[in-house]
Design a protein around this ligand. Structure first.
Ligand code: NAD
Length: 360
């Protein structure tokens, strides 16, 4: 199979971690008889410096022409970088919003997985963490409160702010279908999270999710109120497989879920559109404090590349090979600085990439 992939190395540690992910993908391609065709584009600070804007129309056209996009991370030190003296629409992050919109990426997937070898970094009590957990948060990314009408008005001598939360049946249906499809590739359980005891948008969410569920009799569906879900994530995270939820609830819950793994350098993510197309990136930022020192952890980006093989190309065996290599490298005791503990072997970003390739 020929895989046309647009890469966005980005800023900070982005270029270092994307180089490792490309290396791992090349290794998978040579083992399983595929051909990787990478085209790099600029985004974020790198694009501001070279082209005067965070994402050009040509770069978007290149991304659209690819089968999938693999990204490192964008942005600089928000206190010291000159990029943050620019107006908000010219700053690095504006590139990210622009590409998400241009590619219609409405479904955000963030897995949270606790590796046995890294259990000590998990902030939960041992009696909870020893059960392990392996969940995926499926968050609606282009609707709800963050995209509704908003305004601030003066009323009776004081300011009043209004944000609106809107969801249509079709917006809920398309994300619910994604959630059930992905549950089929996992342990076949969907927990739909809402606030249906209060919000109309949540009552509609629940109705549509139940309708979609009828087409997936092999997938178990349950509904959970968001406040309960926030508690259950720290009380019994092992119960979750796919958590399906709207934009703001997903924003908060996915950060909570990533915190309980205790290792930000390990967490991948994907944003998908209606087709198989997706943008894959680590959950962390561009870590300008450690850029250019060959000490960043490339695993979140490598695991994002595995998600790309699984969700955009249906190459499950190849994705498994990457995920198994990550497990093996941890079992063999190799760690980058962020996940290092006494008794393990500290390695740099480039060496971690080599060690992963050896295990493919
Ligand atoms: P960050 O995730 O970049 O860094 C937080 C801390 O985690 C830092 O100490 C960093 O060194 C460490 N860290 C992060 N990733 C690591 C890795 N792979 N290996 C080892 N250590 C790692 O968050 P921040 O400092 O708040 O943000 C820095 C920049 O990244 C900002 O400009 C921010 O806007 C941007 N950002 C971009 C994205 C994105 O591109 N999607 C997401 C989040 C933040």
């Amino acid at each position: 199979m020929i895989l046309n992939i647009t890469c966005i190395p980005g800023d900070g540690i982005g270029p270092e971690i994307v180089t490792q992910a490309k290396k791992v993908l090349e290794k998978v391609a040579s083992k399983y008889g595929h051909e990787m065709r990478f085209t790099d584009i600029l985004m974020g600070g790198a694009s501001i410096d070279a082209c005067g804007e965070p994402l050009t129309d040509e770069a978007i056209a290149t991304a659209k022409a690819a089968d999938a996009v693999l990204m490192g991370s964008i942005g600089g030190n928000t206190s010291t970088s000159p990029w943050y003296k620019l107006p908000p629409e010219k700053r690095p992050e504006a590139g990210l919003l622009k590409i998400r919109k241009a590619l219609n990426l409405f479904a955000n997937l963030r897995p949270a997985y606790l590796y046995e070898e890294l259990a000590a970094a998990c902030p939960l009590k041992e009696e909870i963490s020893k059960a392990g957990f392996d969940m995926l948060i499926m968050r609606e990314l282009t609707g709800g409160l963050y995209f509704g009408e908003r305004k601030t008005v003066e009323e009776n001598g004081e300011l009043k702010a209004i944000d609106t939360l809107t969801y249509s049946e079709s917006e809920i249906r398309r994300i619910a279908i994604k959630g059930f499809e992905i549950a089929r590739k996992r342990r076949k359980k969907v927990t739909s999270v809402d606030k249906a005891n209060v919000l109309d948008s949540s009552r509609l969410w629940r109705k549509v999710v139940n309708e979609v569920a009828e087409n997936y009799p092999d997938v178990t569906v349950e509904h959970m109120l968001v406040d309960n879900c926030a508690m259950q994530l720290v009380k019994d995270p092992a119960q979750f497989d796919v958590i399906l939820t709207e934009n703001m609830f997903g924003d908060i819950l996915s950060d909570e879920a990533s915190m309980v793994t205790g290792s930000i350098g390990m967490l991948s993510s994907a944003s998908l559109n209606d087709s198989k197309f997706g943008l894959y990136e680590p959950s962390h930022g561009s870590a300008p404090d450690i850029a250019g020192q060959d000490i960043a952890n490339p695993i979140a980006t490598v695991l994002s590349a595995a998600m790309m093989l699984r969700y955009s190309f249906d190459l499950d065996k190849e994705a498994d090979a990457i995920e198994n290599a990550v497990r093996q490298v941890l079992k063999d005791g190799y760690r980058t600085g962020d996940i290092y503990s006494a008794g393990t072997t500290k390695v740099g970003c480039n060496e971690m990439g080599d060690l992963l390739c050896e295990r493919i």
